[in-house]
Design a protein around this ligand. Structure first.
Ligand SMILES: Cc1ncc(COP(=O)(O)O)c(C=O)c1O
Length: 361
C-alpha cells in the first residue's frame, strides 16, 4: 500500500473534480470568446467557476483573474513593481526568482528576515518600507514548514502600501482572511488540476501575458476551460468542507507528529500558527535525502521541503532563513497530509519510519 504524505507538493484530484472536468472536456469544448451557443456554454462554465473561486477567497467574481497557476500569478504581480519591493527571506521560488529579475532591472528589493519559528515580524516589515515601496509581497502559509503569517499584523504594518499574499498553501486548508490587495493561488494544491490558478486583484494590475483580451484584458490566451471548471469545483468543495477537512488533517498531522517525536524528531517552525496538515521535522544525525528515498522504496511519499528542491542536496533556503544549520536543514523532511489519508496510513508510515531509522542509525 503506497501512502502519500506530500500534499503540499500536489494533491490527488477529488473524484467529483475529475467527473466535472471530463464532462467539460467532452461537452463544453467551445471557445469562451465565441459569440455562438458553444462559446456561450464555455463562457458560462468559466463564469460559474469564477464565482466559486471568489466565494472561497471572499472576493467579488470580477476580481478573480484565471492564470496557469500561482507561479504565473506571482510573476504577474511582481512585473508591475518599478521602484521598491518588500518581501521576505522565506518565499517560494516563484516569488524569489521574479524578485531577482526585478533586481537585475534596477528595482530595489528588501527581504525581511523571519525568526526561528518562521514568522515575519511586523516591526521589521514596517521598517523596510519607504516612500518608493510599490508592493509588499508575503508568503502567507509556507509550503515547506506550514508556518502561517499573522496577516492582520502584517496588513497593519504595510499601511497604505498594496499587500500581495501568496495563498497557494492556505487556500482550502484555512479560512481566507481579508486584508490583502492581491492573492495568488493554484488549483492543484486543493484537489484540483495542475496548470490552473488565479491572481485575485482588488486594485488594477497589468497583464503579463498579452493577447486577445481574455480575462477582461488581464490575461491573454484562450482559457483552460476544463481546468478552470475543475478549480471552481475544488474551491466549492473546499468551502463546503473546510472545517471538517482542517479538523481531520490536524488530527492526522498531530498523530503523525506524536509518532515522529517519539522516534526522536525535532520540529521546524512554530507549533501553533501552522497549517493543519503540515509538519516539518528533522531527525538529528540522519540524512533527510537518504530517508526520503528509503521511505519511497517502502511506499511512503514525503519530500525534502519544496518539491522543486527534491533530488538536490542544496539545503532549504526557508530553513536556513530560520537559522537552521545546513546539516539540520539537510536532515529535515516535510510531511503533509490530505484527502485520502487515514489513521491506519499514518500508523503504517510511522512503522516504516521506525524500521528505516533503525537500519540507518
Ligand atoms: C506557496 C506556493 N506558491 C506558489 C507555488 C507555485 O504553484 P504552481 O507551480 O502551481 O504555479 C507553489 C507550488 O509549489 C507554492 O507552494
Amino acid at each position: 500500500m503506497r501512502i502519500y504524505l506530500d500534499h503540499n507538493a500536489t494533491t490527488p484530484l477529488h473524484p467529483d473534480v475529475v467527473d466535472a472536468m471530463a464532462r467539460c472536456l467532452a461537452e463544453t469544448w467551445g471557445n469562451p470568446s465565441s459569440t455562438h451557443a458553444e462559446g456561450a456554454a464555455a463562457r458560462d462554465a468559466v463564469e460559474a467557476a469564477r464565482g466559486q473561486v471568489a466565494a472561497l477567497v471572499g472576493a467579488a467574481p470580477d476580481e478573480v483573474r484565471f492564470t496557469a497557476g500561482a507561479s504565473e500569478a506571482n510573476n504577474t504581480i511582481l512585473a508591475g513593481v518599478t521602484r521598491h519591493l518588500v518581501t521576505t527571506t522565506a518565499e517560494h521560488p516563484s516569488l524569489l526568482a521574479p524578485a531577482e529579475v526585478l533586481e537585475k532591472r534596477g528595482v530595489r528589493v528588501t527581504r525581511v528576515p523571519v525568526d526561528a519559528d518562521g514568522h515575519v515580524g511586523a516591526c521589521a516589515l514596517a521598517e523596510a518600507l519607504c516612500p518608493e515601496t510599490d508592493l509588499v509581497s508575503i508568503l502567507w502559509a509556507n509550503n515547506e514548514t506550514g508556518v502561517v503569517q499573522d496577516l492582520a499584523a502584517l496588513r497593519a504594518a504595510a499601511g497604505d502600501v498594496p499587500l500581495h499574499v501568496d495563498a497557494t498553501q492556505a487556500l482550502g486548508k484555512i479560512p481566507i482572511e481579508s486584508g490583502w490587495d492581491f492573492l495568488s493561488a493554484s488549483a492543484h494544491k486543493l484537489n484540483g488540476p495542475k496548470g490552473t490558478g488565479c491572481l485575485v486583484a482588488r486594485r488594477p494590475v497589468s497583464a503579463l501575458v498579452h493577447g486577445g483580451g481574455q480575462e477582461r484584458g488581464g490575461r491573454g490566451g484562450t482559457e483552460n476551460v476544463a481546468g478552470i471548471v475543475g478549480f471552481g469545483l475544488a474551491c466549492a468543495l473546499a468551502r463546503r468542507d473546510l472545517r471538517e477537512r482542517a479538523a481531520r488533517s490536524a488530527a492526522l498531522r498531530d498523530r503523525l507528529w506524536a509518532g515522529l517525536a517519539a522516534l526522536g524528531a525535532r520540529r521546524n517552525g512554530a507549533a501553533d500558527a501552522v497549517l493543519p496538515n503540515t509538519v516539518n521535522a528533522e531527525f538529528p544525525g540522519v540524512e533527510g535525502d537518504a530517508l526520503v528515498q528509503a521511505l519511497d522504496l517502502e511506499g511512503v511519499a514525503v519530500s525534502l521541503g519544496a518539491a522543486c528542491h527534491a533530488g538536490s542536496v542544496t539545503p532549504s533556503h526557508v530553513l536556513a532563513a530560520m537559522g537552521r544549520t545546513p546539516d539540520q536543514a539537510r536532515g529535515s523532511i516535510r510531511w503533509s497530509v490530505g484527502l485520502g489519508n487515514d489513521e491506519a496510513q499514518v500508523d503504517a508510515a510511522l512503522e516504516r519510519v521506525a524500521m528505516l531509522l533503525e537500519r540507518i542509525r
